[in-house]
Design a protein around this ligand. Structure first.
Ligand code: GLV
Length: 321
């Protein structure tokens, strides 16, 4: 009997087909709707392998319901939705998809930064609503990206990729990271700063740290309060790192100028979220890695990890190994 693989979202058949030789494949039949919790709990009862996306919360309850589980492949670089330590303690391998999404996510981070700086979404919406009635001397004005100061919180692979883009825009780059990276400083001419210095000196603050108990809420009211009144906050990492209530208050009272968010505490962002009432915010539906090429590369890494596991080889990109 083949081991059971449960796939929590419908994946392209050409990527699933090679897995059928090794696994009894069962798949939630929707690309757009998350597998309901009760279905997931039922399916993991017999699954040896599980293929998840970031909306699938793999917590104690799921692990307790999965006595046969040996591998979880995750179509994301971030894995805060999976109780990895507990999985590893139970001998379950967890894999993710780093590297292939680095440049794509950096593109999106920079695009969101620029869109927020120039309020492109606001201008676009106004134009479609027929509000482009004349050329106004100070109409639709934003702030400059070129030559400004960017503060990057979290200098990992994506942070470095954003920095290369920032350098082409003649930006002065500060970064804050758990550990200082002299190699990065030498190569790119960026400067390490304490969180306080970064926040109080940057025109753009970009959040790129992964979500964990240590980074939860690290950008709260006090930290936002240190930012310049003219500054823009951009988060493309995970909701929950920035305190959304504090951010709402700061944007509403213009303590900072604007924010660009690709990630939220609750995703999808509820339509009654107060954030959506603010004009000085640019929102995107968590699309950092969303190009066809990159999403297919992520799927391919997951598929290869599953194939390797089935053949008794080392799956790629195991986290906390
Ligand atoms: C997306 O957010 C990812 O972690 O890949």
């Amino acid at each position: 009997m083949k081991p059971i693989l449960y796939i929590c979202r419908e994946m392209p058949e050409e990527m699933v087909a090679p897995l059928r030789e090794f696994y009894e494949v069962d798949m939630w039949p929707s690309t757009s709707e998350a597998v309901p919790r009760e279905v997931l709990l039922e399916k993991v009862a017999t699954a040896t392998a599980l293929w998840v996306v970031i909306s699938d919360r793999i917590d104690q309850e799921v692990l307790d319901a999965a006595p046969e589980l040996k591998i979880i492949v995750n179509m994301a670089v971030g894995y805060n939705h999976i109780l990895v330590e507990e999985a590893r303690a139970r001998g379950i391998i967890v894999t993710n998809t780093p590297d292939v999404l680095t440049e794509t996510t950096a593109d999106l981070a920079f695009a969101l930064l620029m869109a927020t700086a120039r309020d492109m979404m606001g201008a676009e919406k106004a134009m479609r609503a027929g509000k482009w009635t004349s050329w106004e001397p100070l109409g639709f004005t934003g702030v400059d990206v070129y030559g400004s100061t960017l503060g990057i919180i979290g200098m990992g692979r994506i942070g470095e990729a954003v920095m290369r883009r920032a350098k082409a825009f003649n930006m002065n780059v500060l970064y804050h990271n758990r550990r200082r990276k002299p190699g990065v400083e030498d190569m790119h001419g960026c400067r390490y700063a304490t969180l306080e210095t970064l926040l109080s000196n940057s025109d753009f603050v970009l959040v790129l740290v992964p979500f964990s108990e240590e980074t939860k809420g690290i950008i709260g009211a006090e930290e936002i309060g240190m930012m310049k009144e003219t500054a823009i906050l951009v988060n493309v990492s995970r909701g929950g790192i920035v305190d959304e209530t504090a951010l709402f208050k700061a944007l509403q009272s213009h303590t900072i100028r604007a924010a660009g968010l690709d990630v939220f505490e609750i995703e999808p962002l509820p339509m009654d979220s107060p954030l959506l009432t603010l004009p000085n915010i640019t929102v995107l539906p968590h699309i950092g890695s969303a190009t066809i090429k990159t999403r297919l590369a992520m799927i391919s890494l997951n598929q290869k990890a599953l194939l390797a596991f089935a053949k008794g080889e080392e799956p790629n990109h195991q986290v906390m190994k």
